[in-house]
Design a protein around this ligand. Structure first.
Ligand code: SF4
Length: 377
């Protein structure tokens, strides 16, 4: 793991919903986006509550129409997490969202290019102390090719690089766009450069991190269903985060965004970039030595412990005695199976030997007792 790259911190939120710092020495935050219509107020509020409960630090909503920004006025007072308005095409939507009290704006340079319009959004954000994310998605900036002198200069810098042409366009576009912000003395900016191509994501963020000190919002766009999108997202994000790059992340799936939050948090826990909340569960993959129905047991243990345990307890569920005792010694609470029974350990000490049908309840009981002991010091 490399040391985290120091970025200029921005702050998202207010006294009522809490402030989430991004960049600087702040922990890497997890973002997601609602999947329903923003103008469907009750459903939108319910989804934001669900995402916040899952651990989302910041939630983004799309505001394609005026009825969506009008809905924000009703939504914002009901939620307890900072909200970002995602604005495409109409700068007016950004102004309306700001007026409604949103906590951050996302602009796409490919869609809102008029300097005067961008300037109005920047001025409105500056007046209210709101940050702006500049998101240069791969698909949205391609039409700018060959327009920028700087891009031609950068072409030489990146000649021979796998994604050289795109990198040149992207850097030139960012420089050009951010000039509008700097002219207005506005620096509360985060940057994203998403693509469905994981290798491009690595190259793009690596190059941006060398040139700008704004916090970076990492993500792979259109990553697909969770089954494949998880690897597509985690491969580049883990690489970048381990290289010290990235201040906030969004994993995106064609699925319930709760999974985006859960998997984003798990990635940060695994890289020790966030302090784990809840159980750290390890389990063996099973093999021909298996002694119990381990897959069912692991799923039950995971679901029950996720609902009950808040402290970062390490739990091991192992299928036989081959690796069981070793893992049991390294875990807070562990079970390894033998001859349709479960041997349960707490901090390396054997505490029980129960039949298979009692394993789950006894393991949960030992986890609860362990958490109580930790809480009471
Ligand atoms: Fe196989 Fe036992 Fe290892 Fe599980 S713990 S993978 S059952 S050897």
């Amino acid at each position: 793991m490399n040391e985290r790259r120091k970025t200029r911190q921005v702050r998202v939120g207010d006294d009522r919903v809490g402030v989430v710092p991004i960049g600087g020495d702040a922990p890497v935050s997890v973002q997601t986006m609602t999947s329903g219509y923003t103008h469907d107020v009750d459903a939108c509020v319910a989804e934001i509550h669900k995402l916040a409960a899952a651990g989302a630090d910041i939630v983004r909503v799309a505001v394609p129409e005026k009825k969506d920004t009008e809905a924000l006025a009703e939504i914002l007072p009901q939620v307890k997490v900072p909200i970002v308005a995602d604005v495409h095409f109409h700068f007016q939507r950004a102004l309306e969202a700001i007026e409604a009290g949103v906590h951050k704006i996302r602009l796409n340079p490919g869609n809102i290019q008029d300097r005067e319009q961008v300037g109005k959004v920047i001025d409105a954000c500056k007046e209210r102390g709101l940050p702006i994310r500049v998101g240069v998605n791969e698909g949205s900036i391609i039409e700018r090719r060959d327009k920028q002198k700087r891009m031609k200069e950068l072409g030489g810098v990146f000649s021979g690089a796998k994604h050289g042409h795109f990198l040149a366009i992207m850097i030139a576009k960012l420089e050009e766009y951010l000039e509008i912000f700097y002219e207005r003395d506005f620096y509360d900016v985060t940057i994203s450069a998403k693509s469905p191509d994981p290798t491009l994501v690595i190259d793009a963020y690596t190059e941006i991190s060398k040139r700008f000190d704004h916090p970076l919002h990492l993500g792979v766009t259109h990553a697909g269903p969770r089954e494949t999108g998880a690897i597509r997202s985690v491969a580049p994000l883990a690489h970048l985060l381990a290289s010290g790059i990235g201040d906030t992340i969004r994993i995106s799936y064609a699925n319930d965004p709760v999974f985006e939050v859960e998997d984003g948090l798990e990635l940060l826990y695994c890289l020790e970039l966030r302090e784990r909340k809840g159980v750290d569960l390890i389990a063996c993959p099973t093999c021909g030595r298996i002694q119990v129905d381990l897959f069912t047991l692991v799923q039950e243990v995971r679901e029950k412990l996720a609902a009950e345990i808040e402290l970062p307890i390490k739990v091991a569920v192992m299928g036989c005695i081959v690796n069981g005792p070793g893992e049991a010694e390294g875990a807070d609470v562990a079970i390894f199976a033998g001859d349709r029974r479960g041997i349960i350990y707490v901090q390396g000490q054997k505490v029980a030997n129960v039949p298979e049908e009692e394993i789950l309840d006894r393991l949960l009981e030992e986890c609860r007792k362990f958490e109580d002991r930790v809480r009471s010091g």
